[in-house]
Design a protein around this ligand. Structure first.
Ligand SMILES: C[S@@+](CC[C@H](N)C(=O)[O-])C[C@H]1O[C@@H](n2cnc3c(N)ncnc32)[C@H](O)[C@@H]1O
Length: 205
């Protein structure tokens, strides 16, 4: 990348403890609950884009999921997750890439994105994300995505974000992806703050 984003995120994960960043969740409860509600089998393939050091992959490995990929622009974030998983790390595909330039070489049953998409403030960035999404999914694939809601923070990690309600978020992926369910979540940050998130589940036609 030439726009400084990679350097920004590398520095975040080098300087801050993984459990001190505002987006830290001790348990990725909304994601796990959604996967349960969708009755997805552990044989399904899942990519966590902008997965960072999230423990979603840990919890899915515990549940027997075997086709997991974590993509992030920040290699140090993935190193944190790998160190935590120890031997389990070998069971995960780790991809260091900018989602706006990455082109998947395969498809995934589940595309999971908690708090990456809202950093794409330029239309061209969102178009590039959409190209990756289109290439990385197939009819029947599920997208589980969360961004800051309209009353959520205007910035995250010092960067501006674009906030969405369910209709606006679904419109970003229309018409190929159909909104199946949506809800809001009040995320409790490690610092004691609250952040409004908008979650959507979409299905690819
Ligand atoms: C707010 S954090 C969320 C991390 C994780 N999804 C979670 O819920 O804990 C956003 C993540 O997106 C990553 N990221 C930001 N821009 C990206 C891009 N263009 N391509 C890939 N990853 C990106 C960051 O490095 C960071 O790990």
């Amino acid at each position: 990348m030439t726009d400084g984003k990679q350097e920004h995120w590398d520095a975040v994960y080098r300087v801050k403890a993984a459990d001190s960043v505002s987006w830290y969740q001790p348990m990725p409860e909304p994601s796990l609950r959604t996967l349960d509600e969708l009755h997805l089998p552990a044989t399904a393939s899942l990519i966590d884009v902008g997965g960072g050091a999230s423990s979603l992959v840990d919890r899915l490995l515990e549940r027997g999921w075997s086709d997991l990929t974590v993509l992030d622009i920040a290699a140090p974030a993935l190193e944190v997750a790998k160190a935590r998983l120890r031997g389990g790390a070998a069971q995960v595909d780790w991809v260091v890439a900018d989602i706006t330039v990455w082109r998947p070489e395969r498809g995934y049953d589940v595309w999971h994105d908690r708090a990456l998409f809202h950093f794409l403030t330029e239309p061209a960035q969102r178009l590039a994300y959409r190209r990756a999404l289109d290439a990385g999914t197939a009819p029947g694939s599920v997208v589980i995505i969360a961004t800051f809601a309209p009353d959520g923070p205007e910035r995250c990690s010092g960067l501006p974000v674009r906030r969405y309600d369910a209709a606006a978020l679904a419109a970003e992926f229309s018409p190929a992806f159909i909104l199946e369910r949506d809800w809001r979540e009040e995320h409790a940050t490690p610092g004691g703050g609250r952040q409004s998130f908008q979650w959507c589940v979409l299905h690819r036609r």
